[in-house]
Design a protein around this ligand. Structure first.
Ligand code: AMP
Length: 424
């Protein structure tokens, strides 16, 4: 046996139903907020992420599945979707075709990370992006939509966290303030943080190493260094979130691991997830479209980890039972009807088929015995009440979706939930 590669996983029947349900909710919500779906290739030029995600990020420095293809070109499996979405926006001049460019995508991403619960090397993201709108009303709308998605999936104890990392004007000022505040203590930081202090000091806030925490906790906060324009954008965003009734917490440590963010950053954390508890994260990236060779357009979006959403969904959202099970001894082919039903193939006995039907959690069993076939009808057994009724095929759908079939007048003692009917 050749096993799957470490950090990748199969999604099997039994689990896939939860994925389908999550994807359905995703599509519903994206549609309601006016997003159109796009699908981009999983393989792109390496430089798209070096430039887009950022040379100094862990993703680009350590985690990309990058290689030279047979034509000698440097390519990579995509580690995230935003640079691809920006590329597609520019390459297809999407703003000429869509009134407001609101797009979403679902698909696999690849990062060579250390696998653990909720962290994989191939994982799936929902990616949501909007281009060309710099109004804070959109920041609030995007965060509200993300919170609405988590809620619609039935995930409880989720927490919305927001921050602002400023813009090209005020972010460098804050970076210098961080280095000044560190002073001599920089030498006590871990190796990663010392490297960050030199190239991108804001990223020190991402550090999880325990010995760095007291030093990081004492550092100044980005929101105290915002320029006037960023300050009023942040105040407008948080004010609108309050008006929309979205509960949130401001965290100065939320700088996010990617280089392109400007102004608003946000995450939604899931209570039950353990160490890898970020369900989704995103923010504004007003300079990125230009950096990747496009026009000067604002951008904002988020990416949600589908594995984590599915993991955090409540247990009740498991496999859905088929609408009905057809029991047809003697291999009788059921007449066509618009019924979502499971049928057992092969000419097993009525008793064996009934036993299998009983093991599913189907609400109804459709019985097609000799008598029913002779009369051109079918017996519907309601598995909850135990009641049965004989109907013509034209009435099957109405009966299955209508009121429960009343229970039979008296249940034989010691009967199981399902009794094998005597068809003789
Ligand atoms: P990022 O693209 O790093 O901002 O991550 C956005 C979301 O994708 C995170 O909040 C996670 O839910 C999910 N995610 C990121 N990396 C992984 C991974 N290696 N495995 C599973 N989910 C991930």
């Amino acid at each position: 046996m050749i096993p799957a590669i470490r950090g990748t996983h199969d999604i099997l029947p039994g689990e896939i139903e939860r994925w389908q349900q999550a994807e359905q909710v995703v599509r519903d919500i994206c549609g309601r907020y006016g997003y159109r779906e796009i699908r981009t290739p999983v393989i792109e030029r390496e430089e798209l992420f070096a430039k887009g995600t950022g040379e100094t990020t862990d993703i680009v420095q350590k985690e990309m599945y990058a290689f030279e293809d047979k034509g000698g070109e440097r390519v990579t499996l995509r580690p995230e979707a935003t640079p691809s979405m920006v590329r597609a926006f520019v390459e297809h001049a999407l703003e000429q075709h869509l009134p407001t460019v609101k797009i979403f995508s679902l698909g696999p991403m690849f990062r060579y990370e250390r696998p653990q619960k909720g962290r994989y090397r191939q994982f799936h993201q929902l990616d949501v992006e909007v281009f060309g709108v710099s109004d804070a009303a959109l920041d609030a709308e995007v965060i509200e939509m993300a919170a609405g998605l988590v809620e619609a999936l039935g995930i409880e104890d989720a927490e919305v966290v927001v921050n602002s990392v400023g813009c090209a004007e005020c972010r460098p000022v804050f970076g210098r303030a961080l280095v000044t505040a560190l002073g001599d203590r920089e030498a006590d930081l871990c190796g990663d943080c010392r490297r960050r202090a030199a190239v991108n000091p804001l990223r020190i806030f991402d550090c999880k190493v325990p010995s760095c925490q007291p030093i990081v906790d004492a550092l100044p906060h980005a929101t105290n260094y915002l320029c006037d324009a960023c300050r009023s954008h942040f105040d407008a965003t948080t004010g609108l979130l309050e008006a929309l009734g979205v509960a949130f917490r401001v965290s100065h440590r939320l700088v996010r691991g990617l280089d392109y963010y400007t102004r608003t950053t946000f995450e939604i954390l899931g209570g039950r997830l353990g160490a890898q508890n970020a369900l989704l994260g995103g923010g504004r990236y007003d300079g990125l479209v230009r950096r990747l060779g496009g026009p000067d357009r604002a951008g904002i979006g988020f990416a949600a980890g589908m594995e984590r959403l599915v993991l955090a969904m409540p247990d009740g959202s498991g496999p859905r039972a088929p609408g009905a099970v057809i029991v047809a001894p003697g291999g009788a082919a059921p007449p066509p009807a618009r019924v979502h039903a499971r049928i057992y193939y092969g000419d097993r006995s009525m008793k064996a088929q009934m036993r299998r039907a009983n093991r599913t959690s189907a609400r109804h069993v459709l019985i097609l015995g000799d008598e029913e076939i002779a009369r051109g009808s079918v017996t519907i057994k309601d598995m909850t009440s135990g009641g049965e009724t004989l109907v013509g095929w034209d009435d099957v759908v109405r009966k299955l979706t209508g009121d429960p079939i009343p229970a039979p007048p008296e249940q034989p003692t010691g009967s199981r939930r399902l009794r094998v009917r005597d068809t003789a």
